[in-house]
Design a protein around this ligand. Structure first.
Ligand SMILES: [Zn+2]
Length: 301
């Protein structure tokens, strides 16, 4: 188990909700798909770090700050003698590396992950220094997608290509590592410095009335769901979900999309769409949330 597990970022969740419930502009849709792809790639790398048997603290998705500069690290791994920083890229298909520039075969330049990891490493080092810690840091860019090819891959850069990953993880796993209280303190300190980032300024503008309401499938996000007995059944992928879980999921969605709106029985009834009694909704809300106010003015948190 990672010491700090990876959770899906609010920004990705929100972009998914918006993508389901409104028509996104092409650039926003692309942004959403990129976020989703990145998250999937990180998940693939997590499977590899979870399989390691050496003593380690794995901190996933740290957002840190030094001197008013924020930096994010996909995976931070503390072992006995070193801290590894990993930037995970889920690029697929063919890319080329020429004079320090990474571009697709079609010639479109993409941000060089090397610049990103170098910046993170430098800020991370400075942060450690400020904390009074002298500790070697080593960073790597991990290309996780097995269908990624990099032509003219530079040998002297900290890149690990899909075909090198197995060997790399094996070698890492063979590193002698004994952790003690000092390492734990370091891990705790880094976790405590993790910043909470508000995704709202980066979202496309949206309003309540613009969004399509109604239940969506928990798995494929389609609206092709129907109520059968006490379950929500998806006509698209066949997924079954208990009604209570579907209502609570919809409430969480509503809360994340509209953090200033009060959660009331009526609000949830409207959001979930028809086919559900207000009485049933109130029962789920009473059971799972704390209620405030009285009678008609009851709301939940
Ligand atoms: Zn479905």
């Amino acid at each position: 188990m990672p010491y700090k597990p990876r959770v899906e970022k609010d920004e990705l969740k929100l972009m998914r909700f918006l993508n389901t419930r409104m028509d996104l502009l092409e650039k926003d849709k692309k942004h959403f798909l990129n976020l989703q792809k990145g998250y999937e790639g990180e998940g693939m790398f997590d499977l590899l770090t979870e399989k390691l048997s050496l003593e380690r603290y794995v901190l996933n998705d740290l957002l840190l700050e030094f001197n008013n500069s924020k930096f994010q690290i996909d995976t931070t791994m503390i072992v006995q003698e070193k801290i590894y920083l990993f930037e995970v890229k889920n690029f697929e298909s063919e890319y080329e590396y020429r004079s320090g520039i990474l571009h697709t075969i079609a010639g479109n330049e993409v941000n060089n992950p090397l610049d990103q990891i170098k910046r993170s490493e430098s800020l991370f080092r400075q942060l450690l220094q400020k904390l009074g810690l002298k500790y070697p840091v080593e960073s790597w860019v991990i290309f996780i997608n097995p269908e990624f090819t990099l032509y003219q891959a530079p040998k002297n850069q900290p890149f690990k290509l899909p075909t090198q990953l197995n060997q790399f993880m094996k070698k890492l796993n063979a590193t002698p590592s004994k952790l003690n209280g000092w390492h734990k303190k370091l891990a705790d300190q880094l976790v405590s410095l993790h910043q909470i980032d508000s995704p709202y300024p980066r979202l496309p503008p949206y309003e309540y009335g613009q969004l399509r309401n109604g239940f969506t499938c928990a798995t494929c996000h389609s609206f092709s769901v129907s109520l059968q007995e006490k379950e929500l059944v998806c006509g698209h992928c066949g997924h079954h979900e208990k009604l209570e879980s579907a209502v609570l999921r919809s409430v969480e969605e509503l809360k994340l999309l509209f953090p200033n709106r009060k959660i009331t029985t009526n609000a949830v009834h409207e959001w979930c769409g028809v086919g559900l009694s207000k009485k049933g909704i109130k029962r789920f809300l009473d059971k799972n949330y704390k209620s405030f106010g009285h009678n008609r003015w009851i709301y939940y948190e």
